[in-house]
Design a binder for this molecule. Structure first.
Ligand code: ZN
Length: 465
């Protein structure tokens, strides 16, 4: 009945708490989506922040109460601004050559995941089989209608879609952010969100929005340094570079869903959210033979409705760390690519992240991107390199690793955990306990007493981890 617990958890929470292409990314990341000063959330360690907005250049500036990072970058020498190294890393710089595919993996090859099926025949893109790139998929497609049935029996809160996923764009929704569990406006999270690595000084390394022409360069670096990362991939990019995704997966990195067209999910209808997640899940399955059990909402834009849909589809949300005092653990690398920030400014905000990492009780998850030449160079030449020699020493892991989730549980086909995350792909709800009666969570009512929250959260987490 773990599934019931999940739904009841959502019910209870509801009842008691009243990129793609560059233009894509930059559009959302406009500094206008300012956060609201947050109230309490269900998860104090990653609670709301009064810090500036997602994407605001001041995001990771150290508040006065935060001591300076242990390792601060050397001040620029006096005189003219240097023009080499990190100082040259800024929008408009000449692109570096891309690295070719170096490893090929044949159909039938065995993946490094216990219980996962062998690699399928190489993916061949047929335009007629897939939604248009970088567009919200058609919700009338039979595939989407079929995936909608996965929501049957689940309690999906009736929260109206936000205007555009930003706080400024929908003041009424922003005012209701605490009730909605809306991360974008105030950093509200729920217990089912993964937002940090549990062990202090452990960095859950992740890269979003690929596979890109530059992902290979990053992969080469990660291999050389014996590092593993989690890649949150966009379906519209997967169809472009399936062999890169194969190499990421086959060389031991973790793969997670990051939607089809990289829209703000809270601004979409239920059907559109299902389509965004469903098509990405499907293309990953066709390329790799496995279906991720995790997802990351683009821009971190999630609320209780999007959470419930994701969980009903067997996808556990993973965001990046955000705390009341330290702000977001966002390298702002995308701002360098977009010309909104210089390389040295981004690097300085990363130094602040490392400093903040030393004062929080848990480990942390950082937002970085493998979409652009500049963001990959930020990672390979600066952020990862700095972290590897940091004092105090940091441990760098993929997110599933840092959570201590068995690698097989990161994919539906190989998971040993049949209760959560669970993919509800049957019609009309679920018979979870095998008694012949469908456990229709929607009818379970949403009137539990608050003291059950802790019990249910514990049950859900115990089932997952
Ligand atoms: Zn993204």
């Amino acid at each position: 009945m773990k599934l019931q617990a999940i739904a009841l958890l959502f019910a209870l929470v509801g009842a008691t708490q009243a990129h793609n292409q560059r233009r894509h990314h930059l559009k959302r990341q406009a500094p206008s989506s300012s956060a609201q000063p947050g109230a309490a959330t269900s998860k104090p360690a990653v609670a709301s922040t009064g810090a500036a907005a997602s994407g605001a250049p001041t995001n990771n500036a150290n508040p006065p109460s935060i001591p300076p990072p242990a390792n601060t970058p050397p001040p620029p020498p006096s005189g003219p601004t240097p023009t080499t190294g990190i100082y040259a890393l800024t929008s408009g710089k000449p692109a570096d050559p891309t690295d070719p595919i170096t490893a090929t993996f044949a159909a039938g090859a065995t993946p490094p995941i216990a219980g996962a099926p062998v690699l399928p025949t190489p993916f061949v893109f047929q335009a007629a089989d897939w939604p248009l790139q970088d567009k919200i998929p058609d919700t009338n497609a039979p595939e989407v209608q079929n995936w909608m049935r996965e929501l049957d029996g689940f309690y999906i809160p009736e929260i109206p879609p936000t205007a555009d996923g930003s706080c400024a764009g929908d003041p009424a929704a922003a005012a209701d952010a605490a009730n909605r569990g809306w991360w974008t406006c105030g950093g509200y999270t729920r217990t089912t969100d993964v937002t940090a690595c549990p062990d202090k000084l452990t960095w859950g390394v992740s890269f979003d929005d690929g596979p890109s022409p530059y992902s290979k360069t990053l992969l080469k670096y990660l291999t050389a340094k014996q590092l593993k990362a989690t890649f949150f991939v966009v379906g519209s990019r997967v169809i472009e570079r399936p062999t890169v995704l194969v190499e990421q997966y086959m060389t031991g990195h973790e793969i997670s869903v990051h939607t089809w067209s990289h829209k703000h999910l809270t601004s979409l209808t239920n059907e559109e959210v299902v389509a965004e997640l469903g098509w990405t899940r499907k293309v990953i399955k066709e390329v790799l033979g496995v279906t991720p059990t995790t997802m990351r909402p683009p821009y971190g834009d999630i609320d209780d409705r999007v959470r419930a849909i994701s969980l009903a589809m067997g996808l556990t949300p993973i965001i990046w760390t955000r705390t009341p005092t330290a702000g977001q653990f966002d390298t702002n690398d995308w701002q360098v690519a977009g010309g909104l920030m210089t390389g040295i400014q981004s690097y300085e905000s990363f130094q602040a992240i490392l400093g903040n990492a030393t004062i929080i009780d848990t480990g942390f998850i950082v937002l970085e991107h493998d979409l652009y030449d500049i963001t990959v160079e930020m990672a390979t030449d600066y952020t990862l390199n700095t972290a590897l020699t940091y004092n105090p020493p940091l441990t760098l892991k993929a997110i599933g690793q840092c959570l201590k989730v068995p690698p097989s549980n990161l994919y539906y086909e190989s998971t040993q955990n049949l209760t959560f995350p669970y993919r509800n792909n049957t019609l009309g709800g679920y018979d979870i306990d095998g008694d012949g009666v469908t456990d229709t969570l929607k009818s379970a009512g949403h009137t539990l007493i608050p003291s059950l929250v802790t019990v249910l959260c514990a049950a859900v987490l115990a089932a997952f981890f």
